[in-house]
Ligand binder design. Sequence first.
Ligand code: SF4
Length: 311
Amino acid sequence: MKVIKLANPRGFCAGVDRAIDIVSLALEKYGAPIYVRHEVVHNRKVVEDLKKKGAIFVKELSEIPEDGITVFSAHGVAEKVELDANERKLKYFDATCPLVSKVHKEVIRYAVAGKDIVMIGHKNHPEVEGTLGRFPNGSDGKMYLVENVEQAKNVVINQPKNLFLVTQTTLSVSDTKEIIFELKKRFPAMQEPNSEDICYATQNRQDAVKQLALETQLILVVGSENSSNSNRLKELAEKSGSKSYLIDDPDQISGDMLENVSSLGITAGASAPEELVQSIVQKCTDFGYSNEEELDGLEENIYFKLPSELR
Ligand code: SF4
C-alpha cells in the first residue's frame, strides 16, 4: 500500500497570513493597482493570485507612480526605503512580519549603544538586506554578515568585547547553532538576544519535518525556489535521511520521482498555501497513493494585528 503522511504544522505562518491580508484588503479598499515592493512572500502561486487581483510587484520604489498605494513585503525593508517613501509622500502599508521588526529593533537599540553587530543570514536575501539596512548611519559600531561556519572562523570584528548577535528569522536551527558555537569560541563576550530571532514558525516546521522523515522515504516540500524556510526544510529532510524535492506545482511530480516510494511525506514552507498542498496531494493520488494521514504536531495560535486602517 502506498501512503501519504502530512507534516504538522506546515504551510502559512502568521506573518505570511498578515502580509497577504494587507495586500488583499488594500486592493478591496483602494482598488487596483496596489504596488508591492518585492514579492510580498516568496511563493509563486501567492504572487500570481495577487497579480490577478491587481497587485503590481516592483523591485524599487522608483517604479511606483506618485499616487501609487504601496505595500512593503513581509521580509522588511531597510530604513532608507521607508525614508524614500516618506520623502515621496507615498501612501504605504508595512507588511513586515512583526518578528522581523523585532530583529530590526534589536539592531537599532544595540547600534545606538555603540556596539558592533554580527548577523547570521544569507547574503542578498531581502530580509537580510532590510535588517542590515537598519544599522544607523553614524553609529560608532559596525555590522557584519556571517553566512556559515567558515566565515564565523575568519570574520574580523572591530569590537569583539562589545558585540551583539542577530539572525535571519528563517534559518536552519541546527546550522545556526554551529555558527553561534564558533562565534562564541572566538568572541565569548558576544551578547545574544533574550529570545531567539529564528521564529516560531521556522522552528515548528523544522521539528515537524524531522518527525516526518522518521516515518517516510521521500518528502515533497511545497515551496518556491526563492523561499528560504522551504529550502531549509528540504535540507533538513535530506539530513534526516529522506530523499526530498522542493516543488511548487503539481505538474512537477513525476513517476520517476516516486519510484519505489511506499511512504511519501508532504510538508510546506511558511509561504506555501494549503490549497497548493492539497492539489499536490491530489496529484499524488493519481500515482496510487491513498490513506492520507496527518501527523500529530503543535497547534499554532499566533495572530498578528493588521494595520488599523485596514481592519
Ligand atoms: S516565517 Fe517567521 S518571520 Fe517569516 S513571516 Fe513567518 S512568522 Fe514571520
